[in-house]
Design a protein around this ligand. Structure first.
Ligand code: AMP
Length: 280
């Protein structure tokens, strides 16, 4: 497994792979890898000839009061896991490599970036779109793999790729969960056992929504109320949002329809978690 830290070197490495006619798969991450990340890597190894993974804690998607400084890191463990999964190349740029002094250019996917998570995190998706576009230019992948866990991110990046006529294909893979339903997240690492237990209210509220829909409930306000009640039963939980939206334009729906997105963000103490389901 090659480890590369500069843009110049990785461009050179991937252009050689491309010249051999091999299909390049790409998995962008912020590190502190878990089985959710590794499911994307495994799929890339299965579907493509050459898998590139980036580990870059992207400063532009964090607001000053957010957890950039405290975000968990364990580079050696990440590299061991990636090697075991069959990754060909890991790109680990320094912040100054991606955003040199005087950096000025940002990508915005209007409307979509302002909804759901964009309300409480106004710079978040601008940072994500910008770094992913830069990484796509640098790595030049055929296929890029993202998790449904970050549903809004996947919708925004698909739109960016479509609007900017990029040739990369975006694959979105299912949310990987613990046995009890908690969606895997690098931020779960912050929790003590009590907080970890309360964090289950996200997946429990989604289960509540699924049960109501299975029983014939169609009104989104009724479903949202029931979901909120599940979350509000936990003393440490504070709702950021619970929404039921169209999974293309993220507009709120009055009644559920097949393929719509039920998404939520909840603070457990100071840690903000997200989760979602697509209605079957
Ligand atoms: P991150 O390191 O949080 O930026 O995540 C990198 C990629 O892993 C993103 O495409 C995420 O959507 C994906 N991911 C994170 N958690 C999960 C999960 N529990 N299941 C599936 N994919 C995930």
């Amino acid at each position: 497994m090659k480890i590369i830290t500069t843009i110049k070197e990785i461009k050179h490495a991937v252009s050689r792979v491309r010249a051999e006619g091999r299909i390049i798969g790409f998995v962008p991450t912020m590190g502190f890898l878990h089985d959710g990340h590794l499911s994307l890597v495994l799929e890339s190894v299965k579907q493509t000839d050459y898998t590139v993974v980036s580990i870059f804690l992207n400063p532009t998607q964090f607001a000053p009061h957010e957890d950039f400084e405290d975000y968990p890191r364990d580079m050696q463990r990440d590299l061991d896991l990636l090697e075991k999964e069959g990754t060909n190349l890991v790109f680990i740029p320094a912040a100054a490599e991606m955003y040199p002094q005087g950096y000025k250019t940002y990508v915005e996917v209007h409307d979509l970036q302002d909804k759901l998570c964009g309300v409480s995190r106004p710079v978040f998706f601008r940072g994500i779109s910008t770094i992913v576009l830069k990484l796509f230019h640098i790595v030049n992948p055929d296929v890029a793999f993202f998790g449904q866990k970050d549903a809004q991110q996947a919708i925004i990046l698909k739109k960016m790729v479509q609007d900017l006529d990029m040739d990369v294909q975006i694959e979105v893979l299912p949310v990987i969960r613990e046995k009890d339903g908690l969606a895997l997240s690098s931020r779960n690492y912050y929790f003590n056992p009590g907080q970890r237990k309360e964090a289950l209210c996200l997946s429990k509220s989604l289960k509540k929504a699924q049960d109501l829909i299975a029983a014939g409930e169609e009104g989104t306000q009724n479903i949202i109320q029931a979901m909120k009640a599940v979350i509000e039963a936990e003393p440490l939980a504070k709702i950021d949002y619970v929404e039921i939206v169209d999974s293309e334009d993220l507009s709120p729906l009055e009644t559920v329809k097949k393929g719509c997105l039920i998404a939520l963000a909840v603070y457990i103490d100071k840690v903000r978690l997200i989760d979602n389901i697509i209605v079957e």
